[in-house]
Each structure stands twice: as C-alpha cells, then as structure tokens.
Design a protein around this ligand. Structure first.
Ligand SMILES: Cc1cc2nc3c(=O)[nH]c(=O)nc-3n(C[C@H](O)[C@H](O)[C@H](O)COP(=O)(O)O)c2cc1C
Length: 377
C-alpha cells in the first residue's frame, strides 16, 4: 500500500513562462541567525518596462548564491548546470554535455537542475528577498532552465535559516542509518514539501508494496550490471580515493559491497568489483530505514522533472535539519519497463521520479562541487 498526502494548496511554487514571486518557504520556526542585510531597492528605471525593475544581484553575494545552489544533489554528482550572472538576474542553464547516455530524455539531468534551482531560490531567501522565477523563459533556448531575480524584500523566516544551515551537512546517505524512527511529524512535513513544489511523496508502506518495489529495484540492478553503457558511465563518474576531482561520486561516499542491508533497496553499484569504495557498507546488522518513499509527478514533461528536482532538494534539506538523510535510488527508473512496472504494481498516482529511503544519522559526508568560476558560462 502506498500512502499519499492529500493534495493541498501549493505555495511558493513557480509557474512556467509567467514570472512568479515565490512566497517564503513555510513551516515551523527554530532559532537561527538573522538574514544578511538587504541591499537598498533599485532606483526606478527610465522608460516603459515589461515588468517592474528587479533588484540588482549583489555582486559580493554571487559566489555564495551559486555555491549554495551547487550543493544540490545531482545524478552521479555530474552537476549538469551552469549559471550566467547578469545585472539583475541569474540564469540557470542545463549542461547537456553532462547528461548520462542512459538518461535518454534528460529526466535525471533536469531533476538535478531543478534541485539546483531550489538551492538558488533558498539562497535568495537567505539574502532577504523573494525569488522571482521564470521557468523555461525562452522556447528557442531549451537549455535555459530558469531566470531567477530578486523580488520583494522579505526577511528569511527562521525555518529558511535553519534550512540554509542544513545545506552543508545534507548528503546522500549510502552507509548504515542509526537505530530509531523518524522524528514525529517529519514525514508528513516532507510530503507537504513535495506538494508545495508540485510533486507528491508517496510513502511505501504495508506488507506487499515494499517487497514489490525491492524486487523491481533488484531487477534493475541485475539488468544494469550487464549494460556496458551504464558501467562505462559509473567508471567515468566515480572517483578513486585521493582524487582531486570536484565532480563525480568519491570513493569515500560508496561502499565496496553492493548487497543491500535488511529493508534496504539494492544500491547502485559504484564499485563494480574494483574494491575501491571506502564507505562502510550498511551490512546485515544495520537497522532497516524507517521510511521508504517514491517522489511522483502528475505529468512527465521537462517542467515536471524540474518540479521533481525542486521538491527533492527541498525535502532533503528539510530532513537534514533534523539530521535525517536519504539514500536515493534512480536505477530502476532508468529502465522504461521497470519504471512503468513500479508505477502500476504499486498503484502510484503519478510518474515515479525518485525512490528514497530515509533514516537518522549523526555523520555527514559532503562531496566536492566545482568551483563557482567553473560553473559559469
Ligand atoms: C536525479 C538523481 C539521481 C540519483 N540517483 C542515485 C542513485 O541511483 N544512487 C545513489 O546512490 N545516488 C543517487 N543520487 C545521488 C547523487 O549521487 C548525489 O546527489 C551526488 O553524488 C552528490 O552527492 P550528495 O548528494 O551527497 O551531495 C541521485 C541524485 C539525483 C539528483
């Protein structure tokens, strides 16, 4: 059985084509540092303009804005995004050269870009502005994913400050989780996050749904283990210990054994029998993760993938504020037949975009990101 949160009025979403001012990210407060001071509003522009003049991007904050956005998760840590910084807008572009060959339609690339977009929106909130976002603002330039401007000056909420504080320790968790349930109310909160971003987080519960999902994920691992393109891409994007690369999945972040622990979905095999992984495997004694979930979208368009990415990063950061992390599993969704089977056999009310398992952990492992200059175009 899958449990899906009831649809709610989404807030803070961005609309395609039309610019939308995203509301502050809602939710419960906590102690936090005050937001950095907001720059003065711009002088009114001369002559007619299609929309009110945007606030200039503060030059001294660009590095922080882009570094925060770039902490987003991405498939194989490819960081398939690039930024162009203008006077009053930051453009987010996808980088098709980083698209995996197995990611035929660019779904995983756009989920990753959506995650970076959420990171940029959150960073703009940290500066004390509402982000104003145009999604796919130019049909003639499909790689231009979003244009983000500084809208109305509104101080970041305490919750947004807590989320910003969780960005550095948020990570994809491939090791053992600690014993214990998720904090009360967290899972519904994550479901709310997904809805707010135009997606749905369906919890996989009940005695039959998880075994069905686990079997399909294991099937995907078997299929992909003999796919030379998949293997080649893992080799290209996994990094040996001591590597100074600032992209790809480092040896410290994946284990050698790809066997799942109890209650854990078969992980992606980054080691490929090379014995290079440096992370301790969860092992058979590790406690099962308290929650397994599927991130869904109503449609399966480029815009849906962007929504999925924003939802993904939003809920991952929210979880990280409580030191709850997720293992991410997208292998089974890269095989069209298995993706379809996951949707139908689990009776999911939408297109599966990501499989997640949540648990508590007290450790964090931040993987490298490209330098900000390297992410500019
Ligand atoms: C679309 C997408 C698919 C992903 N698929 C997997 C996966 O199948 N297995 C896995 O271990 N991690 C997966 N990840 C996590 C990335 O490997 C991870 O985000 C990246 O290496 C950066 O590390 P970090 O999340 O710890 O910052 C995925 C991330 C995204 C955005």
């Amino acid at each position: 059985m899958t449990e899906v949160a009831k649809p709610a009025q989404a807030t803070g979403t961005v609309s395609e084509k039309a610019a939308a001012q995203a509301a502050p990210l809602p939710d419960p407060p906590a102690t936090a540092a005050a937001a950095p001071p907001s720059p003065a509003p711009p002088a009114p522009a001369a002559g007619p303009r299609p929309r009110p003049a945007a606030t200039p991007i503060p030059v001294g904050q660009v590095e922080w804005l882009l570094a925060t956005a770039s902490r987003a998760p991405s498939i194989h840590n490819t960081q398939p995004w690039r930024f162009r910084v203008g006077e009053d807008a930051i453009e987010l572009h996808s980088d098709p050269d980083s698209r995996l060959r197995v990611d035929r339609g660019g779904r995983e690339m756009l989920i990753s870009c959506g995650a970076a977009l959420f990171g940029l929106r959150l960073a703009v909130r940290g500066l004390g502005y509402l982000p104003q976002v145009d999604l796919f603002p130019d049909e003639a330039r499909p790689d231009l994913i979003a244009r983000v401007m500084l809208g109305q000056a509104v101080a970041a909420t305490e919750r947004e400050q807590r989320m910003l504080a969780a960005v550095p320790h948020r990570h994809t968790h491939r090791g053992a989780f600690d014993q214990g349930e998720l904090p009360a109310g967290l899972l519904p909160g994550l479901q709310h996050d997904a809805l707010t971003e135009g997606a749905t987080l369906a919890v996989v519960g009940g005695p039959t749904a998880y075994p069905k999902l686990a079997a399909l994920v294991a099937d995907a691992a078997r299929v992909q283990a003999v796919n030379p393109i998949v293997r080649e891409e893992v080799l290209r994007w996994s990094r040996l210990a001591g590597s100074r690369a600032r992209d790809g999945v480092p040896a410290l972040a994946f284990p050698q054994a790809a066997e799942p622990g109890p209650g854990r979905l078969t992980p992606r095999d980054f080691d490929l029998g090379r014995h290079v992984g440096r992370l301790s495997a969860p092992g058979p004694a590790g406690p099962p993760p308290p929650a397994t979930a599927v991130l869904l979208t109503a449609g399966d368009s480029r815009a849906d993938w962007l929504h999925a990415g924003q939802a993904l990063y939003r809920l991952l950061i929210h979880a990280a504020t409580a030191w709850v992390f997720a293992s991410l599993h997208s292998q089974a969704l890269e095989v069209p037949l298995l993706r379809e089977l996951i949707q139908t056999r689990l009776a999911l009310p939408g297109h599966p975009q990501m499989l997640l398992q949540f648990g508590r952990a007290r450790t964090s492992l931040a993987t490298a990101r490209r330098s900000v200059p390297d992410s500019l175009i």
